[in-house]
Write a protein that binds this ligand. Sequence first.
Ligand code: PMP
Length: 384
Amino acid sequence: MEVKAPESLKKPLNIPQKTLMGPGPSNASPRVMYAVGQNVLGHMHSEVFQAMDEIKEGLRYVFQTQNDLTLAISASGHAGMEAVLSNLVEPGERVLIAINGIWGIRAADMATRYVHTVTAIAGDNFTLTLLESTIEKVRPKLLFIVQGESSAGVYQPIEGLGNICHRYNCLLAVDTVASLGSVPFLADKWGVDAVYSGSQKVLGCPPGLAPISFSPRAQKVIFERKTKVPVFYWDMTELGQQWNCFNNIRPYHHTTCSNLIFGLREGLALIVEEGLENVEKRHKLCALRLYEGLQRLGLRPFVEDIHKRLPTVTSITIPEDVDWRQVIAYAMKNYNLEISGGLGPTAGKVWRIGLMGYNATPDKVDLVLKVLKEALQEAKTGSK
Ligand code: PMP
């Protein structure tokens, strides 16, 4: 053989137990991991179809929608973003993207067509007045906005935006990867036309599935396109059939991962059992507990206005006398605990602490505060 068998693959696999308290993924619950670890089943087997149907019902509950075209894409959150853009926009059409962190920047990068952007500084959200005046000026086909900008820990209110968009014949697309389940999201009531999320945050599953839902208005736009959806894998006219959204056949589109499907089914079942309102309340209480603890440590949340803070991801301003990398390294080395740095516009400015899904519990808040306290002491003495 010219290429030798690699030595690295002859060693046993070692996966440490870690507490994931960055912006995601979060630890999945043991019940979800049990489901993921079961036998692989075929993507056309009745048990998998049944779990897919149950997932659709669970997703309609967490998105608060009656949308027929509701399913989970076989990929991570980025795929939801790409599916929204590739299904709803045709060449030459105008898209308005609200940018206040990395995810707006990413969406603008993906939307290779005629893109306009409206910008808020990292750490702030958008007022409906600013969005309306920009929509009036730009007249986009689609407004893309992020409900939970995880790079800065900012919460964006969505209520009221659907009416504004529809007044100007514009579709409303919302990224809820980092927010879904932690704050209210009412797709139908708020007039959201496209929404997607990720499995690895509040839904408490491994990464790899991106829940997505399109309103009847958006579905019509997709079916009346002049050009084909440019990406076969994200084509909702195909995926909608595989997920039986149109009550017809379930033709083979791609091989779904039965293990991830069963995992998401269990993640959604846990939310149904706890009740969505209780899940949201748990996230809020954990975030408040974290803010109080940070104050005791003399640390300041990067997002000053408490109403603009995202409960799942709290960004903390790095004090001037501290090397932020040392704090992250201390937590990982001594506690196998993940705390993250900033991303995009917040890189080097903040730490980010995630409290989501299975990890949104008071004991995890207390753990991360204890570790932060020790790490800060160590980083300060270390820097002398
Ligand atoms: N949008 C937001 C708000 C996110 O937080 C993330 C992931 N951190 C993504 C999109 C991209 O998701 P993924 O990494 O699962 O592709």
